[in-house]
Design a protein around this ligand. Structure first.
Ligand SMILES: Cc1ncc(COP(=O)(O)O)c(C=O)c1O
Length: 677
């Protein structure tokens, strides 16, 4: 196992003092127990310090001398510039306060200590009170061993994984289990002539770490007061939330929990129609009255983008009685909203904001990807830690910054959706993912972003494949909305490669063992994460280059039919969903669109997957156009799933309300019009 390296950067503008500090501290690091590989490095100017922080992902702690504070104000001789720049060295200095702010903006996960003079203690502490400063040392004391011990303990604290540590300790102490799960640490499988192979394949710790709520030492996800509570609080600190909750059924459940917590039946909700289906399920569960906002769409590539800012601002204006706004940022393709003005506008109307960051858990740990939703003011953010971090599938975070958070209500809803037998290794993986991002997230993301840059160039150099940049991906409607792109998602135009997207995917898989994240009719999307390696990038480049060199003649690509515009929500989705309804075939006896469906009301959510955007939601008016779209979809896209469609024998059908059910329900038509904004 490789040993960690942890650097402490000392910023002090007096070369002799800096030299002494580094000598004393490094001597302490060499002679005392040093499990985290602490070494001390120095910078003579704030700029040099910031450059090092940006360049060196091993820096964990920064010690800032508050002397820098004085340099701007008093006529003090500053050291010469070390980077050869012509700028006056004096102008490179900033106050300790500003420097702390800049460090925090760059890498909020770093610990910051201040070296102060005893006489100025109150003044300095007051000035830095509101900043994320972790402690102070007196410069004159020169207590190097004392400073080293404190910093070592600080790193130990950040590197702790309370839940995983307890789980591991419990497993290694090998208790006799008289409780669930039934495999009893794998005893039921081990040695079996029939199923031992499964045990061997999965590995012993998969089984002996699979425990139950009966193990009190491991706390309870339903009512955490011990190691889970501690691990969640550490995650909250890491991600900049007031509170963080571990969810063990993905962002899918996280979204449903929040919708059910915040919205009472009949209350209004503004949501991107393109939100993940879990948000739409949350609408059914909560009984919300949804106001659907149409996302922008790039028809050339079949890519859905953000909701235009003007649509959002208008909807907020028109529905000040809404309780919640839900948006996805970044999208599956990496498009990120400029969230702050939108969230500010929602808050001005007392509308809470939930941002689905399923694809963006990593953003907090690199300045190129920030601001995160929470940093932009969101009340809630849900993140699939399993999508872009090192957590197991289904592991997700719910981050809360809502100043009026009703924890009891949230807890009731959380517990409603959470299994009473959560998988403990999944909880441990959330704890460990948080630790990893705190300790090496910046370094890993630096690498990922660099690899993404290189891979983009390599793909473009093939001639047959072209990476779509922000300008290519952005739908026209959002060109002026300050949308940005998460470069770790790479969408590639494949239309010149001479294969259909299905052929290309099959070729990549069967010939090169490569599986990609997703596709549209003329693009593929690759996902780079903290786990992406250079050799994996090289293998992809090699595969694409080989395919390109085979110079196939261009193929005709059949576009996915365009999603029909939203029609009308006639009944609350919950009311429609809970009707028994009746199944009506999409096709008539002549194999044509069943005209009798037009004018009926859908009882289910009908979602082509991918992309996962509902064509129909419960309570929505069906039109001929929609039936034709669904049929075309089934015919052209025979490989995609069409969730919500039921088969009666070979006949695809959808569940619609019966006439009697429609008469019984109260229609939204009696309220002000509920069309998509
Ligand atoms: C935008 C969005 N939100 C939520 C989810 C659901 O996340 P999970 O798979 O963690 O349940 C997905 C899944 O793809 C998604 O794309």
């Amino acid at each position: 196992m490789s040993k960690p390296t942890s650097k402490v950067l000392v910023i002090n503008d007096e070369p002799l003092i800096l030299k002494d500090l580094l000598k004393g501290l490094n001597a302490a690091a060499r002679t005392l127990d040093n499990p985290f590989g602490l070494t001390f490095v120095g910078a003579l100017t704030a700029r040099e310090g910031l450059q090092l922080i940006e360049r060196d992902g091993d820096i964990q702690i920064v010690i800032v001398d508050d002397k820098l504070y004085a340099v701007q104000e008093g006529p003090r001789k500053a050291p010469p510039a070390r980077n050869g720049s012509k700028e006056s060295p004096r102008s490179l200095q900033v106050s300790a306060l500003k420097l702390v702010q800049k460090i925090t903006a760059l890498r909020p996960e770093l610990d910051i200590y201040i070296l102060i003079e005893k006489e100025k203690e109150d003044q300095v502490v007051d000035a830095l009170f509101a900043e994320a400063v972790d402690g102070y040392f007196y410069r004159e004391e020169r207590d190097y061993r004392g400073i080293y011990r404190i910093l070592n303990a600080q790193i130990a604290e950040r590197a702790r994984t309370p839940f995983y540590d307890a789980l591991r300790a419990y497993v290694l102490s090998a208790k006799d289990a008289w409780h669930t799960p039934g495999h009893s640490s794998g005893d039921s499988l081990r040695g079996s002539p029939w199923v031992d192979e499964f045990y061997e394949f999965m590995g012993e710790h998969v089984f002996d770490a699979d425990l139950s709520v009966s193990v009190k030492a491991l706390d309870s996800l339903m009512e955490p007061t011990g190691v889970i509570a501690e691990a969640q609080q550490m995650a909250a600190n890491a991600f900049g939330a007031r509170k963080t909750f571990f969810a063990t059924n993905g962002t899918s459940t996280a979204n449903k929990v929040i919708l059910q917590t915040l919205i009472a039946p009949g209350e209004k909700l503004l949501l991107d129609r393109n939100c993940h289906k879990s948000v739409h399920h949350g609408v059914v569960l909560s009984g919300a009255q949804p106001i659907y906002l149409d996302s922008s769409v790039n028809r050339k590539y079949g890519v859905f983008g953000p909701v235009p800012k003007k649509t959002l601002l208008r909807a907020i204006e028109e529905h000040p009685d809404a309780q919640l706004l839900v948006l996805t940022s970044c999208t599956y393709d990496g498009l990120r909203y400029d969230l702050k003005p939108i969230i500010d506008a929602a808050h001005a109307r007392n509308i809470k904001v939930l941002i689905d960051e399923a694809w963006f858990s990593h953003a907090r740990f690199h300045p190129d990807l920030r601001p995160t939703a929470l940093e932009s003011g969101a009340d809630y953010a849900t993140q699939s830690a399993h999508k872009t971090l090192s957590a197991f599938s289904q592991a997700a975070f719910i981050h809360v910054n809502d100043p009026t958070f009703k924890e009891h209500l949230f807890r009731e809803n959380f517990n409603m959706h959470t299994s009473t037998s959560p998988m403990y290794s999944m909880i441990a993986s959330l704890d460990v993912s948080r630790k990893q991002m705190m300790m090496e997230g910046y370094k890993l993301l630096e690498r990922t972003l660099m690899l993404a840059g290189e891979l983009r160039q390599q793909i473009n150099s093939t001639g047959a494949f072209r990476v779509l940049e922000l300008e290519d991906l952005l739908p026209d409607e959002v060109k002026d909305d300050n949308i940005r792109l998460d470069p770790t998602k790479i969408t590639v135009d494949i239309s010149s490669c001479g294969m259909t997207v299905d052929e290309l995917q099959a070729e990549l898989f069967t010939r090169f063992n490569i599986t990609i994240e997703k596709s549209t009719f003329n693009t593929i999307t690759l996902l780079l994460t903290v786990g992406t390696t250079r050799s994996k990038c090289s293998r992809l480049y090699d595969a694409l280059m080989r395919i390109a060199r085979e110079k196939r003649a261009p193929r005709r690509l059949y576009r996915t039919p365009d999603l029909p515009p939203f029609t009308e929500l006639v009944y609350l989705p919950r009311d429609a969903y809970y009707c028994g309804g009746e199944l009506v075939p999409l096709l008539d006896e002549n194999d044509q669109a069943n005209a009798s469906l037009a004018g009926r009301i859908c009882a289910d959510q009908i979602v082509p997957y991918p992309p996962g955007i509902p064509v129909l939601v419960p309570g929505q008016l069906i039109t001929e156009n929609i039936v034709e779209y669904l049929i075309r979809y089934l015919r052209v896209q025979n490989k995609v799933e069409l969730h919500g469609v039921a088969y009666q024998g070979y006949f695809p059908s959808i569940r619609v309300l019966s006439a009697a059910e429609e008469r019984r329900l109260s229609s939204l038509r009696e309220l002000p019009r509920q069309k998509a904004a």
